[in-house]
Design a protein around this ligand. Structure first.
Ligand code: SAM
Length: 275
């Protein structure tokens, strides 16, 4: 219900007299409305330079970057933010901003397969499957992990319809071969969210790049480690893996438009195949 608030009525003769007296005083003291030019305002003296407007504060890119980085660090290091996220009740270790952008990519690419390295509890696989099902009736998610912690996810109907679980290392030759056998040349998109070391992610990039066709993507998650902008000390991670991969593979470019929402955990992490 809309609550209407009625203004108290101020009226009566003594009040009106007070208002008139106050207006007279205000005008007499020069504090009234500014007269418009031509109404007796003293203009600038003949030949004098017009008064300069104070400079508007311009965009301070460095300060903006610092603010965003601080926000990412605060968000990433908190135990009360992304770590508690769930999708359909399943723990989902995703930054919702990046998940939103990934959703946009899935919609655009409409891949037959999303190959995800790093299942954990299966929340992200459940999320990707939920989106993929809307845009590709044949779409499937293949998710890979070294441990099986996704029992609850397996009870979710969309997971039962759409998700295949592989147990093993995402860089194990047998797992890579099994993924390629299942994809069988159909269009895939890849999301890397397993072990966030440079060596492992670079191996994943090399292993799964061949299943990604032109126009599709590899999403390399969590490039934020090691000074990007999370503190150094982690050692080279996904960010460094991407830089090394791009040196040796000119078929992919970093799509920085996918970082437009600013609060990304995946700097340089949205790789689009261009040739
Ligand atoms: C960040 S969690 C994945 C989170 C999940 N994608 C989500 O959003 O809920 C990383 C996962 O990678 C798995 N992992 C670690 N090393 C791996 C490897 N060599 N191959 C595949 N998965 C691995 C871990 O067991 C862990 O479950």
């Amino acid at each position: 219900m809309v609550q209407h608030i009625t203004a108290p009525r101020l009226g009566g003769r003594p009040f009106q007299s007070f208002i008139i007296a106050a207006l007279i005083l205000l005008v007499a003291s020069g504090g009234g409305a500014q007269p418009s030019p031509g109404q007796g305002t003293p203009g600038p003296a003949e030949g004098a330079a017009p008064a300069k407007k104070p400079a508007a504060p311009g965009p301070d890119k460095a300060a903006d970057r610092e603010l965003i980085d601080r926000m990412i660090i605060l968000w990433a290091q908190s135990k009360n933010t992304w770590m508690k996220n769930k999708w359909l009740g399943i723990p989902t270790l995703q930054n919702p901003v990046d998940a939103w952008v990934t959703q946009e990519i899935i919609f655009e690419v409409k891949p037959d397969f999303i190959v995800e390295a790093g299942t954990a509890a299966g929340g992200s696989a459940t999320l990707w499957a939920t989106i993929l099902e809307q845009v590709n009736p044949n779409g499937r998610v293949i998710t890979i992990d070294v441990v099986d912690a996704a029992a609850a996810a397996r009870r979710v109907p969309v997971v039962q319809r759409r998700v295949d679980f592989l147990l093993g290392s995402s860089t194990d030759a047998k797992i890579v071969e099994e993924v390629k056998r299942r994809v069988a040349g159909r269009p895939a998109m890849v999301i890397l969210d397993s072990l966030h070391t440079r060596e492992h992610v670079l191996n994943e990039l090399r292993s799964y790049a061949p299943i990604v066709p032109v126009g599709s993507y590899i999403v390399v998650q969590d490039g934020m480690f090691n000074g990007h902008p999370l503190p150094e000390g982690w050692g080279p991670g996904p960010y460094e893996a991407v830089e090394a991969f791009l040196q040796e593979n000119s078929g992919f470019v970093v799509d920085r438009d996918r970082e437009r929402l600013m609060l990304t955990f995946n700097p340089k992490g949205f790789l689009r195949r261009v040739k």
